[in-house]
Design a protein around this ligand. Structure first.
Ligand code: NOJ
Length: 560
């Protein structure tokens, strides 16, 4: 039997504050801006907000490089603003999950400023320092943001490890003081009333001893799942310790971002007898269109492979762990551009993709603008891009002789700025995001795609997402039912059932722009007249032979 938990029954909405809503005209979204839009989110019906980092930061990686964990970044507002946000959210029955970025800090964090001063500084061992090897880096690891993962520091003549940018030095979790500092800081926020943490690359915090060379460092980061710093030797010990000292004392939601994690490991991270985390963000389904060289090495999207991956997660975690469900976040291209048709069938395919995900088992996450069917962006000039990962990659590839068009093509498909263009609120200048000049340009399609239009149009993606959220509240089968895949080998249809006691849902989606005709398999044997729960097309009577229109999604419910 599965235990019932509020975080299993919730829908989470992610806010990337820089791009959400600017209240003071400086071109950067802020906390008072979020407060002004809470009623919009209440209308959508979400239960929890995951707020990307709002802590003090020099913004090398837009807040994922934190220089003070206990203060709010000036550009976003003050601690009073943050407290007001929490109060206004709680008043509306919305919970707040904060981002916890503790694999690394900013190089401007006071600990690192001390650490780099001398080899015997008390903070030296807070980070991972090594002498060079024969005048070169200590090993061949590559940073996720291009180049070596090591930075030479002249003051002491040693290198420090940074899996991300050189302004994001990795913390040394082997050091007990580091762990205690992190736990204290977590309690600081929990005691202020936050309802959970999304933990940034938390499966990176334990590195293998001796930090050996990797056999294939290139692209090692997110595709091949490096055994050197992902799911390392002490990871479970650290998370259990964190759980014992902090998490277990509060009724909160915890989700660990974990590149390279597989279902069996996720069971260890999320199993209820394990006392670690509630759920993880796995990456297998969003890495599906990446080749062996990493995310920029584009591969075509394959629906059969997607079914294999998502079904494996659904089946293996059933009654053993808990899934998180997501298509989008601030690191991923927009799903309607990636798997749907962001032109003629934008609205319809966005709804289909929402259905496909929200009818699965797990806690769904909606990324800002996904509920509007926001799309990828194509800026002509590299100068309009802001993301450090994109800019570093461009430089590295251009220096290696790759041509401009080819590099831009991969940015259009995979760049993180696709997700980071400002939220499109209305058809006024800069999509109503700011009265000033936005820190990153707005997607030019904002005249058509914006929240004001979506709220007015009862057939919008917004209203459809609202319904998906409501259905989850009304039907416990969506939360707790068992998942079974149908037509495993069908190249264009993704269909499955969910079963709880004597009830069943039949979820049918056409992931293509062509009609698809299906004959229901014998195991589908409704004992009551199937009723439509939701559909993005004209309602069709149930029959054993049925044709799905382009990008159609339908969900039937019946007894068995
Ligand atoms: C994952 C975050 O989601 C991403 O935005 C960030 O760049 C890296 N972790 C490093 O913190």
């Amino acid at each position: 039997m599965q235990t019932r938990k509020w975080w299993k029954e919730s829908v989470v909405y992610q806010i990337y504050p820089r791009s959400f809503y600017d209240s003071n005209g400086d071109g950067i979204g802020d906390i008072p801006g979020i407060i002004q839009k809470l009623d919009y989110l209440k209308e959508l019906g979400i239960d929890v907000i995951w707020l990307s980092p709002v802590y003090e930061s020099p913004n090398d990686d837009n807040g994922y490089d934190i220089s003070d964990y206990r203060n709010i970044m000036d550009e976003f507002g003050t601690m009073q603003d943050w407290e007001q946000l929490l109060e206004e959210m709680h008043k509306r029955g919305i919970k707040l999950v904060m981002d916890l970025v503790v694999n690394h800090t900013s190089d401007e964090h006071a600990w690192f400023v001390e650490s780099r001063k001398s080899k015997d500084n008390p903070y030296r061992d807070y980070y991972i320092w090594r002498p060079g090897k024969e005048g070169k880096e200590p090993n061949n690891w590559e940073s996720a943001f291009s180049g070596s993962a090591w930075q030479y520091d002249e003051t002491t003549g040693e290198y420090y490890l940074h899996i991300f940018s050189k302004k994001q030095p990795d913390l040394n979790w082997e050091n007990r003081n580091v762990r205690e500092e992190v736990y204290d800081m977590m309690k600081f926020w929990l005691d202020k009333g936050v309802d959970g943490f999304r933990m940034d690359v938390i499966n990176f915090i334990s590195k293998v001893e001796d930090l050996p060379d990797a056999p294939n460092p290139h692209g090692v980061m997110f595709v091949s799942g490096s055994k050197y710093f992902m799911n390392g030797p002490r990871i479970h010990e650290f998370l259990q310790e964190m759980n014992k000292e902090v998490l277990s004392k509060y009724d909160i939601l915890t989700v660990g971002e974990m590149p390279g994690v597989r279902p069996q490991q996720a069971i260890d991270y999320t199993g209820e007898d394990r006392n670690e985390l509630n759920m993880v963000f796995q990456f297998e389904h969003v890495d599906i269109d990446s080749g062996p060289e990493g995310k920029w090495d584009l591969r075509p999207f394959d629906l059969i492979r997607l079914k294999e991956i998502l079904s494996k997660w659904q089946e293996e975690l059933f009654e053993k762990g808990w899934n998180s469900l997501y298509w989008n976040n601030h690191d991923q291209p927009r799903i309607v551009s990636r798997l749907g048709d962001d032109k003629e069938y934008r609205v319809k395919s966005a709804k289909m993709l929402g259905t496909l995900l929200h009818m699965m088992q797990g806690t769904p996450y909606i990324y800002q603008g996904e509920e509007l069917g926001m799309t990828n962006v194509r800026f002509k000039s590299l100068e309009d891009y802001r993301d450090i990962e994109t800019l570093n990659m461009y430089k590295e590839k251009a220096e290696a002789g790759k041509n401009h068009e080819e590099i831009m093509r991969s940015i259009y498909v995979k760049g993180r700025d696709n997700a980071r263009t400002p939220m499109q609120w209305d058809a006024s200048e800069h999509a109503g995001f700011t009265a000033g000049s936005p820190w990153i340009k707005v997607n030019p399609n904002y005249m058509e795609i914006n929240a004001e239009n979506a709220l007015k149009d009862k057939d919008s993606v917004f209203h459809y997402y609202k319904k998906l959220i409501q259905l989850r509240k009304q039907h416990e089968i969506i939360v707790y039912g068992k998942y079974d895949l149908l037509w495993k080998e069908h190249p264009h249809v993704y269909a499955y059932t969910r079963t709880l006691d004597n009830k069943q849902l039949l979820v049918l989606t056409n992931v293509s722009g062509y009609p698809q005709t299906l004959q229901l398999p014998d195991e589908i044997q409704p004992k009551s007249e199937p009723e439509i729960l939701i559909s993005n097309d004209q309602h069709q009577p149930f029959s054993r032979e049925l044709t799905l229109n382009p990008w159609e999604a339908r969900v039937y419910q019946y007894s068995i």
